[in-house]
Write a protein that binds this ligand. Structure first.
Ligand code: ATP
Ligand code: MG
Length: 413
């Protein structure tokens, strides 16, 4: 019989009981360390079970702080309770990163409310926005009850399309006859309300809920609870949970990052046929995550940014550290000649250096040079397991010449 490439996996022992439980979209039935947030949000949404309008809420917090998970969890309980006591409460969650225009959000909401006997879907495009809005209001009134509209990752939509949608949705109750609506906006940008019209800001922010980042101990509890159901008994070596939690807490208390570390470390141990996950697997998982995050950033840098980074790397290849802007500029200019591009001014390059710093690819520290004024000390900070030259050249072949050419290096000040 022909050998199948999967045969060797079929006989391999798996370290997972149920890997799905470590996935981001798994909905845990218990969310440790979010009792206060659950309590404040559910106390407000209790109004819906009485047939009243809950306050609109803005939910803030860093990425991976559990905002989406907690909101889903509460909406699920709300729906179940509504059904048991015979109150109509519907919640609709829209991810505004995926559905990112006012028209698409309104049509999506409207289509979610389509009754089985109704067949007219609101089209993807084509209707005037006020017609879509009127149709949404009509469908909400036809169904009746209280609607909780959750706009997840709302900052994306506001940045892209402004706050008209929020204005319209937060004034829905003025247009509705029998139904009621409440809006929950979720954002991981704490400053996103700065972009809002003051009227929208005050309507949406009737109740602000801040999700603080998890600390290492809280992340350990979250990981233990998920690991218990996701992994086989006794597969975690000493200190593995603690290390995953500590690394994710350093990052910014991101539970998603902690879960990824645990899943990838276990996959690494499983792949090499080991029975126990140890701390070296966690370190390897962390390097892989870092590389996976950095590769697309490097590959998609605009050409001029790539050239500036290349100029810094070429200085470093020549043994220099704490490189000054002038030295980067000098090599950048020569690199531009090699690939026949006109160089930008040194001023523009300073701006591009700041961008690379913001992206976490370099560090640029301003230092005082006494009577010579101030200068920057620039160093690359790309993890050792990432090869920036290879990635940039793979993305833009012409850059191969930049790295293969000879340069005249200035002496350092
Ligand atoms: N307290 C918790 N207990 C168990 N799992 C949690 C907890 N908080 C977060 N998680 C898990 O961590 C992951 C990230 O959480 P979630 O998606 O809710 O973050 P978020 O705050 O919405 O982040 P983002 O701003 O990036 O959307 C999910 O898999 C979620 O199930
Ligand atoms: Mg989220």
């Amino acid at each position: 019989m022909e050998e199948n490439i999967f045969d060797r996996f079929m006989s391999q022992k798996t370290l997972f009981k149920n890997k799905e439980i470590l996935r981001h979209d798994h909905r845990p039935s218990h969310l440790p360390h979010r009792n206060d947030e659950v309590e404040r949000m559910s106390y407000n949404l209790w109004e819906a079970l009485k047939g009243h309008i809950p306050s609109n809420m803005t939910v803030y917090g860093v990425t991976g702080a559990g905002k989406t998970a907690v909101t889903n969890y509460i909406c699920h309980h709300l729906k179940v309770k509504g059904e048991t006591i015979g109150r109509k409460v519907d919640s609709i969650m829209v991810n505004c990163r995926q559905i990112d225009t006012q028209y698409r959000v309104l049509s999506h909401l409207g289509n979610m409310l389509l009754e089985p006997h109704e067949s007219e879907e609101i089209p993807f495009t084509g209707w005037p926005t006020d017609r879509v809005f009127k149709e949404l209001v009509r469908r909400m009134d036809a169904r009746g009850g209280v609607f909780i509209i959750v706009l997840d990752e709302i900052d994306h939509l506001v940045r892209k399309a402004g706050d008209d949608l929020l204005y319209n949705l937060t004034s829905l109750n003025g247009s509705l006859n029998t139904a009621r609506a409440c809006v929950i906006g979720i954002s991981n940008d704490l400053k996103f309300t700065d972009f809002l019209d003051p009227r929208v800001r005050s309507r949406l922010g009737q109740l602000d809920i801040l999700f603080r980042p998890y600390d290492a101990e809280q992340l350990q509890d979250i990981l233990r609870q998920r690991a218990e159901r996701a992994l086989q008994e006794n597969v975690l070596g000493p200190g593995v949970i603690e290390l995953c939690a500590a690394l994710a807490a350093q990052e910014h208390g991101d539970a998603r990052c902690a879960l990824d570390l645990l899943r990838i470390s276990t996959e690494k141990a499983e792949f090499t046929g080991e029975n126990v996950v140890n701390q070296s697997h966690v370190r390897a998982a962390q390097s892989q995550i870092e590389a996976d995050q950095m590769n697309p950033v490097l590959a998609t840098l605009p050409t001029q940014q790539k050239l500036v980074l290349a100029a810094l790397l070429l200085n470093e290849r020549n043994g220099l550290r704490n490189v000054a802007t002038g030295q980067v500029y000098d090599i950048y200019r020569q690199a531009c000649q090699h690939i026949r591009q006109s160089p930008l001014t040194q001023r523009r390059i300073s701006g591009l250096i700041s961008n690379l710093d913001m992206l976490g690819l370099i560090t640029a520290r301003t230092v005082s040079k006494g009577r010579y004024g101030r200068s920057k000390e620039i160093n690359s900070c790309i993890p050792a397991n990432v090869n920036p030259v290879e990635i940039m050249v793979a993305a833009e072949e012409e850059l191969g010449v930049v790295f293969a050419s000879n340069y005249q290096h200035q002496s350092s000040l």
